[in-house]
Design a protein around this ligand. Structure first.
Ligand code: GLC
Ligand code: CA
Length: 578
C-alpha cells in the first residue's frame, strides 16, 4: 500500500512536470516577436506621394527600401482606417476601409506585399475601446433606443438623472458623458465626443471586432497593437467614484472585471489562429496586472508597454537614478515570465532626444545614439519611433495656432475658459505636446524637407536643413548609420534579447551601467547620460576588452581608482566580456 502511494505520488510528480513543461513558456523561449526590432511610422507624417500635404501609403511604399536599410523587422503603423480624423485616425468610421487621405485598399495590398517581399512584418493599430461617432454602428445606435445597435455603446437614459461623473481625457470640459437630445440620453466617451466607447459586454459587438481582426489577419498582416484596450471593460452600473478619482483615473478605468475574459476570447478567436503578435498599450496598475496580460500561459497577449518610464521626463529634467530604478524594477518583475516593450518615444510623446537626451547641436547626435543604445540593449522588444534614427528634435512651436493635436487645442480652450495660466500651459505644450513627435520626416534639405510638394498638414521642424536622412546617409558617423550598426548588433547577439540583466554602479547619478548575460556570452553596456565626463565604477577592468560598438571612436581610459572607466559626454559603449 505504502509503495503504491509512493508510485502514485511519483507518477503525479512526473505528470505535473510534463504538464508544466508543456504549458509554461519561459521568457527565454525563442519567438520572432521577441527578437524583432519594431519601427513605428506615423503615416500622416512619413512621406506624401501626391502633394496634398498628408503622408500616405504610396509615400511609405516609395520609402520601403529606406525602411529595409534600417534593418528593422516590424513596422507598426498608426491607424490607417477610414476616419473623420478628429484624433488623426484614432476615431475609426470604417474598420474595413482605408482612410481616403492615405489611399486605397489596393495601395494597402501593395504596401503589405512590398513589406513582405523585403522580409518586413506589419503590425496594425487596433482601436476598439471606442469608434468614431461617424461609424455606422454609432449612427444606428444613437438613432433610437430600440436600435439593434443601441447596446454597441454605453448609453444612460436621462430620465434616470445624470450619470455618475466620468473624466474624459480629451473633452473640452473633461466630461466623458455627452448628452444626446435625439434619444434623451447620455453616451460615454473616455476620449473625445467623437470617440464613443464601445460596449464590450455585448457579445455581438465582440464578434464584430473579431471578424474585423480576421479580415486583416486573412490579408496577411502580422500583428495588432491594441489601443487603449485596458479601458475596454467597464462596470456598466457606473458606480460613483470617490472625489478626486480623476487625478488617478487609470486606477478606476483600467483592467475592468471582464477584461481578461475578452482577451482570452480574442486570443481563442483570432491570435491563436494566425502567426500574429499582439501588444497592448498600457500595462495596468501593477506588475500583477501586467503579468495577467502577457504571461504566455494565460493565452491573452504577447506583450504590453508601460508608461512608468516615459512619464519621468519633465521640462525641468529628470533623475537618472529614478529612470534606472524604473527600468530595473520592470526588468526584474519580468525576469521569468512575460514580455515587455522597450521604448522612449511614440506618437503620444514628444521627441526622445529632447526629453531624455540633449537636443542642443553639440550633443544632439551623441545623446541620440546613447539613447538608442539603451533601447537596443535592454531585455524586451525594442520599439523605435520614426525620425529618432536621425535625432529629430521637438518642434517646440511657440504659437497655439501651429498645433494640430485635438486634446491640446481643447485643453488650451479649457484653460482659457477657466482662467488658467496660459503662459505656463504653453511652456508645457512646447516641451511635452505629442505634436512635437508628429512633424514630417526630414528626408532632405529641399523644400519641405522632401516630405511633400504641397503644404504640409503640420509645420516642418525648422532644423530640417541640418537634420535630414540624405545628409546622414553620406556620413558614416551619422546617427542614422549608428542606428543601423546598433540594429545589427542586436540581431547578432541574442544575449541582448534574452540574456539576464544586471545593474552595476546603481547609485551613479550620471551613468547607466549594466550587463546582459546568457550561456552564449556576456556584454557590458556603459551609458553616460550627462553632458560632462563621468566616472563609471563597474568593479572590473575593461581596458583589454573588445568594444562592440560605441558613439566615440577612441577607447575609454580607466579612472584613477581601480576598476573604473571615464566616459565622455553622452558616451555609449558596448563591451564583450565573454
Ligand atoms: C491611444 C493612442 C492615442 C489616441 C488615444 C485614443 O492612447 O495612442 O494616440 O489619441 O488612444 O484613441
Ligand atoms: Ca498625400
Amino acid at each position: 500500500m505504502k509503495q503504491f502511494t509512493h508510485v502514485a505520488l511519483l507518477v503525479c510528480i512526473l505528470m505535473s512536470g510534463i504538464a508544466s513543461a508543456q504549458t509554461s513558456e519561459k521568457n527565454n523561449d525563442r519567438k520572432w516577436w521577441k527578437e524583432a526590432v519594431v519601427y513605428q511610422i506615423y503615416p500622416r507624417s512619413f512621406k506624401d506621394s501626391n502633394g496634398d500635404g498628408i503622408g500616405d501609403l504610396r509615400g511609405i511604399i516609395s520609402k520601403l527600401d529606406y525602411i529595409k536599410s534600417l534593418g528593422v523587422d516590424v513596422v507598426w503603423l498608426n491607424p490607417i482606417y477610414s476616419s473623420p480624423n478628429d484624433d488623426n485616425g484614432y476615431d475609426v468610421s470604417d474598420y474595413r476601409n482605408i482612410m481616403s487621405d492615405f489611399g486605397t485598399m489596393a495601395d494597402f495590398d501593395a504596401l503589405l506585399k512590398g513589406m513582405h517581399e523585403r522580409g518586413i512584418k506589419l503590425v496594425m493599430d487596433l482601436v476598439v475601446n471606442h469608434s468614431s461617432d461617424e461609424h455606422e454602428w454609432f449612427v444606428q445606435s444613437r438613432s433610437s433606443r430600440t436600435s439593434p445597435y443601441r447596446n454597441y455603446y454605453h448609453w444612460w437614459d436621462a430620465e434616470k438623472g445624470k450619470p455618475a461623473p466620468r473624466y474624459s481625457l480629451f473633452d473640452i470640459n473633461h466630461d466623458a458623458w455627452k448628452y444626446d437630445s435625439l434619444t434623451n440620453a447620455y453616451y460615454l466617451h473616455y476620449f473625445s465626443r467623437k470617440q464613443p466607447d464601445l460596449n464590450w459586454e455585448n457579445p455581438k459587438l465582440r464578434q464584430e471586432i473579431y471578424d474585423i481582426m480576421k479580415f486583416w489577419a486573412e490579408k496577411g498582416i502580422d500583428g495588432f497593437r491594441l489601443d487603449a484596450f485596458q479601458f475596454a471593460a467597464k462596470d456598466t452600473n457606473f458606480p460613483v467614484f470617490p472625489a478626486g478619482y480623476e487625478k488617478n483615473f487609470i486606477q478606476y478605468y483600467a483592467m475592468g472585471e471582464h477584461l481578461h475574459d475578452y482577451l482570452r476570447e480574442m486570443n481563442a478567436e483570432v491570435f491563436s489562429k494566425y502567426d500574429v503578435m499582439s501588444v497592448a498599450e498600457g500595462a495596468g496598475k501593477s506588475f500583477q496586472d501586467a503579468h495577467d496580460l502577457v504571461d504566455a500561459d494565460r493565452k491573452e497577449l504577447n506583450m504590453a508597454y508601460a508608461f512608468d518610464a516615459v512619464d519621468i521626463a519633465k521640462p525641468e529634467g529628470y533623475s537618472l537614478l529614478h529612470f534606472k530604478e524604473v527600468f530595473s524594477r520592470w526588468d526584474s518583475a519580468f525576469a521569468q515570465n512575460g514580455w515587455l516593450s522597450i521604448f522612449l518615444a511614440n506618437h503620444d510623446q514628444a521627441r526622445m532626444v529632447s526629453r531624455f537626451g540633449n537636443d542642443t547641436p553639440a550633443f544632439r547626435d551623441l545623446s541620440s545614439k546613447m539613447l538608442a543604445t539603451f533601447i537596443m540593449t535592454m531585455r524586451g522588444t525594442p520599439y523605435f519611433y520614426y525620425g529618432d534614427e536621425l535625432a529629430m528634435t521637438n518642434a517646440g512651436f511657440e504659437r497655439i495656432e501651429d498645433y494640430k493635436d485635438m486634446p491640446t487645442l481643447n485643453e488650451y480652450q479649457y484653460q482659457k475658459n477657466t482662467g488658467g495660466d496660459l503662459k505656463k500651459f504653453m511652456e508645457q505644450v512646447k516641451f511635452g505636446c505629442r505634436d512635437n513627435g508628429r512633424t514630417p520626416f526630414q528626408w532632405d534639405a529641399t523644400h519641405n524637407a522632401g516630405f511633400s510638394s504641397g503644404t504640409p498638414w503640420i509645420k516642418i521642424n525648422t532644423n530640417y536643413k541640418i537634420i535630414n536622412a540624405q545628409a546622414q546617409e553620406k556620413n558614416p558617423a551619422s546617427t542614422l548609420n549608428y542606428f543601423r550598426s546598433l540594429v545589427n548588433v542586436r540581431k547578432k547577439n541574442l544575449t541582448l534579447v534574452y540574456g539576464k540583466y544586471e545593474l552595476l554602479d546603481k547609485n551613479n547619478p550620471s551613468v547607466y551601467a549594466y550587463t546582459r548575460e546568457d550561456e552564449s556570452g556576456k556584454l557590458l553596456i556603459l551609458l553616460n547620460f550627462s553632458k560632462e565626463n563621468a566616472l563609471a565604477d563597474i568593479g572590473m577592468d575593461v581596458s583589454k576588452k573588445t568594444v562592440l560598438l560605441s558613439n566615440y571612436k577612441e577607447r575609454s581610459r580607466p579612472g584613477k581608482r581601480k576598476n573604473t572607466v571615464v566616459l565622455k559626454p553622452y558616451e555609449a559603449k558596448i563591451y564583450v566580456l565573454k
